[in-house]
Write a protein that binds this ligand. Structure first.
Ligand code: FAD
Length: 431
């Protein structure tokens, strides 16, 4: 007779662990299955963890979790080939409790987070791949794993198996994602002395900074780069839609090398030693690409449900919130003894009513818009850089002359009209 649990959660990333933690806390008999050697061993993230959503699960987590640095400054670099227009926000309210967000290294963080779920009573099974869901009478009743006695039963199965969830796909919840629905990101962790990091990034002891890179960091392809400070390492990465890589015939590692040697980035990472190289997909299709997330006996959470806000590089927070909401729904369904689709649909309603659904809806057309009109990254960011260079170079020309030249350089009236129209369109998809 296969073993029976109340709930089986597949995948020990932020979504799955959050779900297992909340269920175990409520006394539910939950099994968390992870294919990696340990939670986090297969997981990749630039590294910004959001305090609020984590705290809703483990209050005061920052006192014991393996965090790298609290972020006190967020910079945004609009890059051209040898220049950048940068803006930033730095606030000392982020340097102390309650903090805003933190950099983390997932291999350490996920292990710690999973250990908290185990402390609450969840059973963690590592190095086990879930091959498929078991369906009986139109209801999910368990999973089949690659273990010798691999069949496990449960009232509910939670799919938290990450982007491109093969399990959700095999249930017919989504098709193979198109290249314009997923980004491929590569990142490196570079070792650098703690004091050098603080001097280079203008930080006081223990504080952290994030830099998001736009424009030439991706050679104008829709995507972003990032450079984040950890305790004694830097995380640097670049990601673009797969469709962009295919169209421009660029390999991800070529983009990575390009960013690392870019004159705006090189000085930050000078003499830093590569420690790790990672690559991963990011679901960026947003609201329109969300698969079915509920059926009888099954819920889909986190990246597996395409819950990523690519505009604000938020994913881990959406994953955790979806895991928590799934757990709440299951606990209520258990009290009714009803695991049918209408009963579990409470999860979808809660999700869409939360910041997760609201933000996905707000930016529902953004990725597709910027993908369709590449001029924002290819043309307008270099244009802003040229204008800044002209305006800020003191060469004897009057400021009014400079303004006129910048205006002339934009091109004929037709071109100016096109830019105005594009700005209006951008405002419409972002508002
Ligand atoms: P995952 O973290 O992918 O976890 C899924 C887990 O399921 C994995 O542990 C995997 O091994 C396991 N698994 C998969 N299939 C099976 C199976 N069949 N059987 C058993 N186990 C299985 N988000 C942020 O909030 N901030 C950032 O700064 C940020 N930066 C990012 C940078 C990069 C380069 C990338 C790639 C992503 C970034 N994200 C960021 C997004 C964030 O990492 C994800 O949104 C988040 O990890 C999703 O969590 P998850 O639990 O849904 O999936």
């Amino acid at each position: 007779m296969p073993e029976k649990f109340d709930v089986i959660v597949v995948g020990a990333g932020p979504a799955g662990i959050a779900c297992a933690y909340e269920l175990a806390k409520a006394g539910v008999n939950v099994l968390l299955i992870e294919r990696g050697e340990y939670p986090g061993s297969k997981n990749v993230m630039g590294g910004v963890l959001y305090r609020k959503m984590m705290e809703e699960i483990v209050p005061d987590f920052h006192k014991e979790a393996p965090l790298e640095r609290p972020i006190v400054e967020q910079r945004f670099m609009m890059m051209d080939k040898s220049s950048a227009v940068t803006f930033s926000y730095k606030g000392m309210e982020w340097a102390s409790e309650p903090f805003n967000n933190f950099t983390v290294l997932r291999a350490k963080f996920d292990q710690w987070f999973a250990s908290k779920a185990v402390e609450k009573g969840a059973l963690l099974l590592n190095e086990t791949v879930v091959l498929e869901c078991i369906v009986e009478d139109g209801k999910i009743v368990g999973v089949r794993t690659d273990r010798p006695d691999g069949e496990l039963r449960a009232d509910v199965v939670v799919l938290a198996d990450g982007v491109n969830s093969l399990l959700a796909k095999s249930l017919g919840f989504h098709k193979e994602f198109r290249p314009d629905e997923v980004a491929l990101a590569t990142m490196e962790v570079l070792k650098l002395d703690k004091k050098i990091i603080e001097d280079r990034f203008n930080l006081e002891e223990g504080q952290g900074c994030t830099i998001e890179l736009f424009g030439d960091a991706t050679k104008g392809i829709l995507g972003t780069g990032f450079l984040y400070t950890n305790k004694d390492t830097l995380s640097i990465g670049v990601g673009t839609l797969l469709s962009g890589l295919i169209k421009h015939k660029i390999k991800p590692y070529e983009l990575m090398e390009y960013v690392k040697t870019h004159p705006m980035i090189r000085p930050y990472i000078h003499s830093a030693e590569p420690q790790e190289y990672l690559a991963h997909l990011i679901p960026e299709g947003g609201y329109h690409s969300m698969p079915k997330v509920v059926a009888a006996g099954v819920l889909v959470v986190g990246d597996a449900a395409q819950l990523v806000n690519a505009i604000h590089r938020e994913g881990s927070n959406m994953a955790m919130t979806s895991g928590r909401l799934a757990a709440e729904t299951i606990i209520a369904a258990m009290s009714r003894g009803d695991f049918s689709e209408p009963s579990l649909d409470e999860y979808r309603k809660k999700l869409m009513g939360s910041f997760v659904g609201q933000d996905l809806k707000k930016y529902k057309d953004a990725t597709h818009h910027f993908d369709k009109f590449p001029q924002y990254f290819e043309q307008y960011i270099p244009m802003v850089n040229r204008a800044a260079s002209q305006m800020l170079t003191v060469d004897g020309a009057s400021k009014r002359e400079k303004q006129k030249k910048i205006w002339r350089d934009i091109g004929p009236a037709k071109e100016k009209f096109k830019i105005a129209r594009d700005l209006f369109r951008a405002w419409k998809v972002m508002k």
